[in-house]
Ligand binder design. Structure first.
Ligand code: SF4
Length: 352
């Protein structure tokens, strides 16, 4: 039996997937004329950190065999997680679930120092799929903490990236989720720095940062903003796209922070927006009187899901699918050592 093809290599093959069920409120005979045009945001979908994280799990499975344990969802996408589970990955939240001697992968969101120390102490064979842009924030926090800084972290409570970054320190790091939270921060000393979750709304983060600077004028900002290039580019594309369409569809799972921010941004710009985990989630009535559809995907959503949504939009009448002009992303992150010497291209070819 030939080995399963890697997720990445299947993403651009135009697999149109399952067709819609009969549950839509608009009569089936009217559905075929609801959508006229589809505008595809550029860029959309996988970022370099997600691509790398998935490849780490796939390479670990190929090199060491199943099962491979993964702490937390490797990236926040239902399809990706199900696909890797089918190939032998076991997703856990607590390291107590991992047997001695197992191979363990940390998710793209990063982990606290306590989790890393526990994995070391228990002797797991660890591969770290933390996005290098999250690691950059961890390194900055550790470096400045040694110089005596405390931190304000702008982010969402309970998100694994926030837990990982805040967990780089025992204390002295204060979470703010909105402008009102800033006044509640009571630093003990005078050296204060600010860091942010990488997948925030650029505009919300700027408003919170302005309040932080107003309340703590001496605060130290990162040299380069922590919100990552992929988050920024996908939000910029929505800003261009939303005014040109009647409705925006974001492909992404409910747990995906950057996907949620894309939907919110389109709504803020006055365009109704819906997030779907898969094509089956689309409802025909959303498109009633909204023939121009904008389509994008969060950084953890694979292209196969976008292709399935396009197929569904065609069944709703879409005659043209037009790609917007946008930033071409060329970011690439190297893999950790110990996962084979094949280049990414050779590895994918060996699995196809
Ligand atoms: S969204 Fe940004 S920070 Fe998160 S994995 Fe992608 S590149 Fe890294």
């Amino acid at each position: 039996m030939s080995p399963p093809r890697p997720l990445r290599s299947r993403l651009s093959e135009g697999d149109l997937g399952p067709q819609p069920g009969p549950a839509d409120a608009v009569a089936a005979s009217d559905e075929a004329a609801l959508v006229h045009d589809v505008l595809l945001a550029e860029p959309r979908g996988f970022c370099a950190g997600v691509d790398r994280a998935i490849e780490i799990v796939e390479r670990a499975l190929q090199r060491f065999g199943a099962p491979i344990y993964v702490r937390h969802e490797i990236v926040h996408n239902t399809y990706v997680v199900a696909d890797l589970k089918a190939k032998g990955a076991i997703f856990i939240e607590d390291l107590a679930e991992v047997p001695p001697g197992a191979t363990l992968v940390f998710s793209a969101h990063g982990v606290s120092r306590a989790v890393r120390a526990e994995a070391d102490a228990r002797g797991f064979h660890v591969f770290d799929a933390t996005c290098p842009l999250v690691t950059k924030v961890h390194v900055e926090v550790a470096k400045l903490a040694k110089e005596g800084f405390e931190f304000i972290m702008i982010g969402h409570k309970g998100h694994p990236e926030v837990e990982g970054t805040m967990g780089q320190l025992g204390d002295g790091i204060y979470l703010v989720e909105d402008v009102a939270d800033v006044a509640r921060v009571r630093p003990r000393g005078h050296q204060l720095a600010v860091v942010t979750q990488t997948t925030l709304s650029v505009d919300d983060a700027a408003a919170i940062l302005a309040e932080v600077k107003r309340v703590f004028p001496q605060v130290r900002e990162p040299k380069k903003q922590d919100i990552c290039y992929a988050t920024q580019n996908r939000q910029d594309a929505i800003k261009l796209m939303a005014p040109q369409v009647d409705i925006v569809i974001v492909v992404g799972s409910p747990t995906s922070s950057n996907s949620n921010r894309l939907r919110e941004l389109a709504e803020r710009l006055g365009t109704p927006a819906f997030m779907v985990d898969a094509a089956d989630d689309l409802r025909a009535e959303w498109f009633d009187g909204r023939p121009r559809v904008g389509l994008t995907a969060g950084a953890s959503a694979p292209d196969i899901l976008v292709q399935q949504v396009i197929a569904r939009l065609k069944s709703l009448g879409a005659l043209s699918v037009r790609r917007m002009a946008g930033v071409e992303e060329t970011v690439h992150f190297p893999l950790p050592k110990g996962l084979g010497d094949k280049s990414m291209r050779e590895f994918r070819a060996s699995r196809s």
